[in-house]
Design a protein around this ligand. Structure first.
Ligand code: URA
Length: 235
């Protein structure tokens, strides 16, 4: 959620100050409702109409981005840390679909297509997300079984998480493995592993549904191909 005046200003239709004036004058609708309070927040995917004109009139675009570590998956940051937007040379109202942590790298979709963003972030969507993870300690078979059955994390039953490619380094007492998730709760992997005393030292999302990072280096992005977009809409 972002302040409404900021979303309007970022869309390029007007300055932030003028957007504030338009809000207080009652000229802004969010999902069909007039919003006149300046503190109001909205999502980038909301339908926002300013002075009778819908904001999202830009050419739709979705990028597949290889997020590096050391940036936040939001469009701005209170602590002035780099954001994923710093990497995208596009003036459209682009925002990330879902999140990866500051210190997580990997595949992140960036879009201005609200319907696609809404579709892919629905909680009941069963989209496969695959991560490579390294962490402290030795992964016990018992822990893998619990992950694969669907563990209970802070009173919530998680969907089964598949564990594969387990490699244990007995000298350094570190484990790397691949985890396949079908949901994306906040800090899910770090919290799951922390329950068993493991601390994540490296986390990378390598696959989202049919999409991979093939051909991209960290910080690079590419347009989704038409057939990839079609598959995402069908997922
Ligand atoms: N799980 C986490 O803990 N962090 C991420 O960034 C993604 C999944």
């Amino acid at each position: 959620m972002e302040r409404l005046q900021k979303i309007i200003a970022q869309s390029g239709v007007t300055s932030r100050r003028k957007a504030e004036a338009l809000i207080t004058e009652g000229k802004v609708l969010v999902n069909g409702e007039k919003v006149t309070e300046l503190g109001s927040k909205a999502k980038f995917s909301d339908e926002i109409i300013v002075n009778g004109v819908a904001l999202n009139k830009e050419e739709p675009v979705t990028y597949l981005f290889y997020k590096p570590e050391g940036c936040v998956s939001t469009t701005s940051d209170d602590k002035e840390r780099p954001t994923v937007l710093d990497f995208i040379r596009d003036k459209r109202r682009i925002y990330p679909i879902g999140r990866l942590d500051y210190d997580t790298s990997g595949l992140l979709l960036m879009t201005n297509e609200g319907d696609l963003a809404n579709l892919l972030t629905q909680p009941n969507k069963d989209i496969e997300k695959i991560y490579e993870v390294s962490f402290t300690g030795v992964l016990r078979r018992k822990t893998s079984h619990i992950f694969e059955k669907g563990m209970i994390l802070e009173k919530t039953k998680l969907k089964p998480v598949q564990v594969s490619n387990v490699k244990v380094n007995p000298t350094s007492e570190k484990t790397t493995c691949t985890l396949t998730l079908r949901e994306g709760k906040n800090n899910q992997i770090k919290r799951m592993l922390a329950e068993f005393g493991h601390e994540v030292t490296r986390l990378k999302r390598i696959k989202l549904g049919p999409l991979t990072l093939d051909g991209l280096n960290k910080g690079q992005y590419r347009d989704l191909k038409p057939h990839e977009r079609k598959i995402l809409y069908q997922l």
